[in-house]
Design a protein around this ligand. Structure first.
Ligand SMILES: C[S@@+](CC[C@H](N)C(=O)[O-])C[C@H]1O[C@@H](n2cnc3c(N)ncnc32)[C@H](O)[C@@H]1O
Length: 215
């Protein structure tokens, strides 16, 4: 069998052009976030679609996110949940949390997303065991192993655990990476791959998205 072809920027562009894009509301949210000098480091629409499809397949009702930023991924995930579903999204920056709350309030999923302000490790510790069907990690990379450990407690058996930036901002294989979190991502990737009770794979979408099922 020939080697599978490498995933290039051209492939990712091809995928993006065949994926459901942002609606006017999400375009406006991003424009407003940029105007407020919130960094444009949200997930791509293609990654949002992948995560929405996973949540729909799982029939997820309760989702926990670490790293809310402007609320983009939280809104996208909430849109994949049934009536009564809820995303609890954790954010350490008061500025980001305030912005996200405002836009979530105006969105079609108002009432389905709670922004919990605080540090990921502290807030996760307050969440009940087996209280979520899915989790998404997208915050400070150094703490990802701790977030994963907590989410293995919070997510029910059979639930999803997803994590962003497995490709370390495109610098996974760089000898002298520019981004400070690259080494942390490399350590986390090994940690996640070897985590007992978790069946996970990196989907080469966006900056690499871990998709795991808690066994
Ligand atoms: C990459 S952004 C999240 C993007 C968002 N998930 C999206 O795709 O729309 C990372 C966010 O994590 C937040 N953050 C960083 N360290 C954190 C921590 N220790 N606890 C909670 N949030 C943190 C940052 O303030 C930032 O808003």
């Amino acid at each position: 069998m020939p080697d599978p072809c490498p995933v290039t920027r051209k492939h990712l562009q091809y995928v993006a052009e065949r994926t459901r894009g942002d609606d006017d509301f999400l375009v406006a949210l991003k424009e407003s976030a940029k105007a407020a000098e919130i960094p444009a480091i949200w997930i791509s629409p293609a990654q949002a679609s992948l995560m929405q499809i996973m949540l729909k397949l799982k029939g997820a009702r309760e989702v926990v996110e670490v790293g809310c930023l402007a609320g983009y991924s939280a809104i996208q995930m909430a849109r994949a949940l049934p009536q009564g579903g809820r995303v609890r999204t954790i954010e350490i920056s008061p500025k980001h949390a305030t912005f996200a709350r405002d836009w979530i309030h105006r969105s079609d999923v108002a009432g389905r997303v709670d922004v919990l302000e605080g540090a990921g490790v502290d807030v996760l510790a307050t969440l009940a065991s087996n209280s979520a069907d899915a989790a998404f990690l997208d915050a400070d990379k150094e703490n990802y192993p701790r977030y994963l450990d907590e989410c293995m407690r919070i997510v029910r058996p059979g639930g999803l655990i997803m994590a962003d930036n497995a490709f370390a901002f495109g610098q996974l294989f760089d000898e002298v990476p520019q981004e400070s979190g690259v080494h942390a991502v490399r350590r986390f990737n090994d940690y996640m791959a070897a985590k007992p009770g978790l069946h996970a794979v990196i989907a080469p979408i966006g900056d690499g998205c871990w998709i795991g099922v808690k066994e």
